[in-house]
Design a protein around this ligand. Structure first.
Ligand code: FMN
Length: 362
């Protein structure tokens, strides 16, 4: 039943899709940092539904309120409570789904686990849960940027079978990523992706995609050996995002096709530290950051709720045809970009504080 992540920087999220609101409690943020809602809102705006014709039509402004942990714009070192109200609920859209578990959604498994479940909207399995992550992640990101200069940027690198060309991970920024509706920096690929998602939405179907993320200026030494390896914690954080199906770091699965002589990242003398000529490791070796950019990819499935008729059975096993009502994303990856960035910031923020605790921080 864990809704908590982190060791020293700990986030707990709360809320269902159709309750009064959602949010997070963030513990461990150091005192004395300037913080206000305006620091958090931009990432929530990038996550919010209804932001473009390619996302769900649910209308939510998703305005965040800081409930606690901040006074006169300065963090107190106490738990930071973050709250966003749910406004545009339409539980009626889910009437039919009360007796029919949606194929590949979480209705069946929640019912089997608890014997009861939120009656509409997917409850905790809804993407609304990720609001708390994004709000808390924005705070972690502010800390990482101000103290260590860490810079995190994610973008859409594939939708369906359309893949973006090479993107320069050292120069990509959020302004470029937000240059089109699908958040893909390769303009030609983005245009094809937009057309694909629009067509899929028209067909009442859905499609998956991949988000790539780069983290620059992460100092060497973050991450713990063995079970709390940096890539293991990143994988856990990414695979906890709804609709994720895969995670790979650096060369990932493609690296299996290279020989060691090609794959090895040879060291070169750098300014004050060793750097590497290539970065197949994705900035992590032995579970610890090596000072190169951290690069990983996250695979998202086609969302489960589709308007197209599907043959399935109800909870009693009776054959039924389900054509889902309601407002749903035909493809989640454009909205998943700030969620991936947020989860990255929460993991790196935790390791930053853990490194300080062993005397290796600033
Ligand atoms: C940004 C975002 C938006 C999503 N929108 C929808 C949606 O509109 N309809 C849907 O069925 N699933 C949507 N999902 C996915 C579900 O939350 C998730 O697939 C479902 O709870 C099943 O969980 P699982 O993917 O962990 O198996 C979305 C996920 C994300 C990250």
């Amino acid at each position: 039943m864990s809704s908590t992540l982190g060791t020293l920087l700990r986030v707990a999220t709360f809320g269902e899709s159709h309750c009064k609101g959602v949010g997070a409690v963030l513990e461990g943020c150091p005192p004395g940092m300037t913080l206000c809602e305006a620091d958090i809102q931009p990432q929530l705006d990038r996550r919010r539904p209804g932001q473009s014709k390619l996302t769900t039509d649910r209308r939510e402004s998703d305005r965040v309120t800081i409930l606690s942990g901040v006074e006169n714009g300065i963090t107190l070192g106490t738990p930071i409570g973050l709250f966003v109200p749910n406004k545009d609920q339409r539980p009626g859209d889910y009437q039919e789904m009360r007796r029919i578990p949606r194929p590949s959604h979480a209705d069946y498994t929640y019912q089997m686990k608890y014997g009861v479940r939120a009656s509409s909207g997917g409850g905790r399995a809804s993407a609304r849960e990720t609001i708390g992550r994004v709000a808390a992640g924005a705070v972690a990101e502010k800390m990482l940027g101000e103290v260590w200069g860490v810079d995190i940027v994610a973008w859409v690198s594939a939708i369906g079978d359309i893949a973006a060309g090479d993107v320069d991970g050292e120069t990509i920024n959020r302004r470029i990523v937000d240059g089109n509706l699908v958040r893909c920096p390769d303009g030609a690929a983005a245009a094809r992706m937009e057309a694909l998602v629009a067509r899929i939405k028209e067909e009442k179907d859905s499609v998956g995609g991949i988000v790539t993320c780069v983290c620059r200026q992460v100092p060497a030494g973050w991450g713990e050996p063995v079970f709390d390896k940096l890539e293991a914690k990143l994988a856990q954080a990414m695979l906890s995002i709804p609709a994720t199906k895969g995670f790979e770091v650096g060369s990932g699965f493609a690296g299996t096709r290279l020989k060691g002589s090609v794959h090895n990242d040879a060291f070169v003398a750098g300014a004050g530290r060793l750097s590497t000529r290539t970065n197949h490791s994705g900035g992590i070796q032995g579970g610890i950051s090596n000072g190169e950019s951290i690069v990983f990819r996250v695979a998202f499935k086609p969302p489960a709720t589709i308007g197209l008729a599907q043959q399935t059975v109800d909870f009693d096993g009776n054959p039924v045809t389900l054509a889902a009502k309601g407002r749903h994303d035909p493809c989640v990856v454009p909205r998943a970009v700030p969620i991936v960035e947020a989860m990255t910031a929460l993991v790196l923020g935790d390791f930053a504080l853990r490194q300080c605790a062993v005397g290796g921080g600033r």
